[in-house]
Design a protein around this ligand. Sequence first.
Ligand SMILES: *[C@@H]1O[C@H](CO)[C@@H](O)[C@H](O)[C@H]1NC(C)=O
Ligand SMILES: *[C@@H]1O[C@H](CO)[C@@H](O)[C@H](O)[C@H]1NC(C)=O
Length: 199
Amino acid sequence: MRALLRDVCLLLLGLTAASSRVRLPPHDQVARVARFVAHQCDWASLATISSHKPVVGQPFSNVFSVSDGPPGFGSGVPYMYLTRMEISVQDLEVNRQASLSMSLAQTDYCHQQGLDPQSPLCAHIILSGSVLEVNSTEAEFAKKALFSRHPEMIDWPSDHNWFFVKFNITQVWVLDYFGGVKTVNPDDYYQASPNNKHK
Ligand SMILES: *[C@@H]1O[C@H](CO)[C@@H](O)[C@H](O)[C@H]1NC(C)=O
Ligand SMILES: *[C@@H]1O[C@H](CO)[C@@H](O)[C@H](O)[C@H]1NC(C)=O
C-alpha cells in the first residue's frame, strides 16, 4: 500500500517537472503572480513570535515544507504538516499569528534569468495571517497537496503526532517589479488563476 502511494507520488513529481515550464504571469497582474509563486515553491520561511528564551517576543524565522495543492492544482492555500515537538509550532500554540515568505529564488527561475534573490524581479511574496489546524475534510486535500510534493512525509515517524494546518492569509504582499511592494487582499488572491490567460 505504501509502495503504491509512493509510486503515485513519484508520478505526480514527474508532472511537477513538466509544469515548471509554465510562465510567470505579467508583473501588473499582481494577484496572479502571487498565486504563481505560492504554487511553485515547495518550502517557505515561517516567522513566528518566539515563546522561547532568550528571545521571547522576538521574531523567529524557520523553514517549513509547504504545498498549496498537487502540481497544476494549486488552491492558493499553503498547507503544512506539523508536530507539536517543533520549536516554531510551540510558538504558534502561544500566538498563532505568523508570516510566511516564498521566493522564485527557490526555483530555477531567478538563477536562469540572472536575478539576485533581493531583486524585485525575482518575484517573492510575503503572507500575513495565522496558522490554523484544518478539519478532516480539508485535511484530505492538505494530505494530497503535501504528500504529492513531499513524498518523504509519508514515512515521518508516527509517534510525532503530525497534523495538517493551513496558513490563513489576511494580507498578501508582492515584490515582483520596481516601485515598491504591492498588496493583494485574500479574495482577489484566491480568485486569481496562476496559469490560464483569462483571469
Ligand atoms: C471544513 O473546513 C472547510 C474550510 O474552512 C469548510 O469549507 C468546511 O465547511 C468544513 N467542513 C466541516 C465538516 O466542518
Ligand atoms: C482567516 O482569514 C480571513 C481573511 O481571509 C479572516 O477574515 C479571518 O478572521 C481569519 N481567521 C482566523 C481564525 O484568523
